[in-house]
Ligand binder design. Structure first.
Ligand code: SF4
Length: 247
């Protein structure tokens, strides 16, 4: 299988992505939550990740601000809030009933386990197991939290990372979460995993879209094996810069 690793190592790819994409932290709900509230309330970061499931950062950022304003982002505030008020506050993130239940359950479990400081103090492997027992918290949610708040050696895999690792040829087309996560962690190295995760999201939004990827404009066009991207799509004429907006 062809792989991007034959032409460049993780450091080189990281550098190209960083220079070519220059992402802004205000576009990521997780970083918005961490910058605003993460020091005082590590739970806020977990709440933001739950809000971001199956929606855009734009929608989840709106929901996060509303949650912060109407209820607060501590586990105590979320557990005490009336369910209908919580649902209303987070509505812009979509699936508000489901996400409100997940937020309440996460708040309850974390308070029962001793309070939100456990999110910063429990050994990260044990914390990962604990987080995965919370309904609505899957591997991606747990790994995003662990990489942002604990700098743990994990690589969070969302739909962009899943698609891109396969197009890069780092994993076979049928690889699952664990395999993709391990391959990306190994490729970029554990120190860079959090930032690389964000760069991959930016790459997926701007160039390496699920449909009609903009290979002709992509900063990796000369080193990427483009596995699974149809020839016709690869050769699409480049769009004028102002039209190549984020998807
Ligand atoms: S847009 Fe094309 S060249 Fe860029 S990473 Fe995706 S498949 Fe590779």
């Amino acid at each position: 299988m062809k792989s991007i690793a034959e032409k460049a190592n993780g450091e080189e790819v990281y550098k190209r992505l960083e220079q070519g994409l220059n992402p802004d932290w205000r576009e990521y709900v997780v970083l918005v939550a961490d910058k605003l509230d993460g020091d005082k309330h590590p739970f806020a970061v977990l709440a933001a990740i739950i809000l971001s499931q199956n929606t855009s950062d734009k929608n989840s950022i709106k929901a996060y601000y509303q949650l912060r304003e109407a209820i607060g982002v501590s586990p105590e505030a979320i557990l005490e809030a009336p369910l209908d008020k919580l649902v209303e506050a987070i509505r812009p993130a979509g699936l508000p009933n489901q996400k409100a239940r997940s937020l309440k359950e996460a708040a309850k479990r974390i308070l029962e386990a001793g309070g939100e400081h456990i999110l910063l103090e429990m050994p990260w492997e044990k914390l990962r197991e604990f987080l995965l027992t919370i309904p609505g918290v899957g591997e991606k949610t747990a790994d995003v939290f662990l990489s942002v708040k604990r700098r743990a050696p994990v690589f969070a895999v969302d739909t962009h990372a899943m698609r891109i690792a396969k197009r890069w040829g780092l994993v076979p087309p049928n690889a699952g979460y664990r395999e993709v996560s391990r391959a990306l962690l190994e490729f970029f190295g554990p120190e860079k995993s959090e930032e690389a995760h964000r760069l991959i999201i930016a790459l997926g939004r701007r160039y390496c879209r699920a449909r009609n990827p903009l290979c002709n404009e992509c900063p990796l066009r000369d080193i990427c094996p483009k596995i699974g991207v149809k020839e016709a799509e690869r050769k699409r004429p480049a769009m004028p810069r102002q039209l190549s907006s984020r998807g």
